[in-house]
Design a binder for this molecule. Structure first.
Ligand code: GLA
Length: 376
């Protein structure tokens, strides 16, 4: 991927490009908690975006997306927003960096990725983080890593129409090999947690069902949570209890009630999981994962038939924990599987899924890796 990105740059723009990369992410638990000021527990993966970049001495950006075989050219003022939706990510990052005082000028760039699109592994955050990190270095910015993550998040809000939380961009920028990160999305304090579950594997099963996050459903979930927080007189749902929620049940819609019930449960589960990991208690971790799955399916309503099926097959195969991962509306399940059950589980899930839906799920073993960086 790196060689092909560099070669394309050379072909289109000549020598002297700098190479940067940022990863996608997994999340062990803590879904839809980030924009509620709660906890998340992600880690960066060994799949990401690689970009070749070089300032070109003009005030225009010329970009080429290898995977789409498409190019875009645009200026750096607000009114220069390009037509192609993939280019909005790069344009948005340029604009957000400028808003933070970085003197972004024109550049040439090619990029490619191997984060599966629509799998819930944050290919878009990987793209944003790659450019935020690179532009900061190449145009003498002095932006710290938290703010680089916010550049990506604000790009989503202001240029891509998704009111996402901070988890994906944070994980992409801060990732560390072999470590998950527990982030408190209210205080932005975080801790690295070495994660090497002995006797278990983490594997993703990608249903290859895609439901775009852009547009209303994700933003609707967030709006539900904000309405309930407001009724509770809080900035975020974080910290609310089930008793408090029940006390306002009559003042909110049944749908908002169920959304909030999921979030309140999920916040507790992240802490339970971290605690269980300290004791190597993977049974508890797995139980929480299943609870998250069915909470996301029944209360938060961001799952789909195919992912419910994968979680059910996992349970039937004796898998310790399985759940839908990421924003939802398609994508992957993340599975915590005992070594001795792994082969049978993967084979069974493939076969049964194919029987029902006509294609196999894709299988991605998880390798927890480093965050945004320049490639020498
Ligand atoms: C998407 C968003 C994140 C987070 C997850 C759900 O990945 O980008 O901010 O809300 O969904 O946990």
């Amino acid at each position: 991927m790196r060689a092909k990105t560099a070669a394309k740059f050379k072909e289109l723009f000549g020598d002297g490009a700098y190479m940067y990369t940022s990863p996608g992410r997994i999340n062990l638990i803590g879904e839809h908690t980030d924009y509620n000021g709660g906890f998340v527990f992600p880690g960066a993966v060994d799949k990401g975006i690689v970009a070749a970049i070089k300032p070109n001495g003009t005030d225009r950006v010329r970009a080429f997306a290898l995977d789409l075989n498409d190019s875009a050219e645009f200026g750096l003022r607000e009114e220069d927003k390009p037509a192609q939706s993939w280019a909005h990510y790069i344009f948005g990052v340029c604009r957000e960096m400028q808003k933070r005082g970085v003197d972004v000028k024109g550049f040439d760039t090619t990029f490619a990725g191997d984060v599966p699109l629509g799998a819930g592994m944050s290919s878009s955050a990987a793209l944003e983080s790659t450019y935020a990190f690179a532009l900061n270095e190449l145009f003498g910015g002095n932006i710290d890593k938290f703010e680089l993550a916010r550049v990506g998040q604000k790009t989503e809000h202001n240029y891509c129409g998704v009111n996402c939380g901070i988890m994906d961009q944070f994980a992409s920028v801060f990732g560390k090999e072999g470590c998950l990160m527990r982030l408190d999305c209210r205080s932005m304090e975080f801790e690295y947690f070495p994660f090497h579950p002995k006797g278990y594997k983490l594997v993703l099963l990608d249903s290859v069902v895609k439901h775009e996050l852009v547009g209303s459903p994700y933003n609707d979930r967030r709006a539900s949570c904000e309405r309930v927080a407001k009724v509770l007189g809080q900035e975020f749902l974080r910290g609310a209890t089930m008793e408090q929620l029940d006390a306002v049940k009559e003042q909110i819609s049944d749908e908002d009630y169920r959304r909030a019930r999921y979030v309140i449960g999920e916040e507790q589960r992240v802490l339970t999981v971290c605690d269980a990991l300290q004791r190597d208690d993977y049974e508890t971790v797995g139980k929480c994962m299943y609870q998250t799955h069915w909470g996301m399916s029944k209360d938060y309503e961001v799952s789909c038939e195919e992912l419910d099926f994968l979680a059910t097959v996992a349970e039937e195969c004796g898998v310790t924990g399985s759940r839908i991962m990421g924003g939802g509306f398609g994508g992957c399940t993340i599975n915590l599987v005992k070594d001795e059950l792994y082969d049978n589980f993967v084979a069974t899930a493939k076969r049964r899924f194919a029987e029902k839906y006509g294609h196999e799920p894709k299988v991605y073993p998880v390798v927890i890796s480093d965050g945004s960086r320049r490639l020498e």
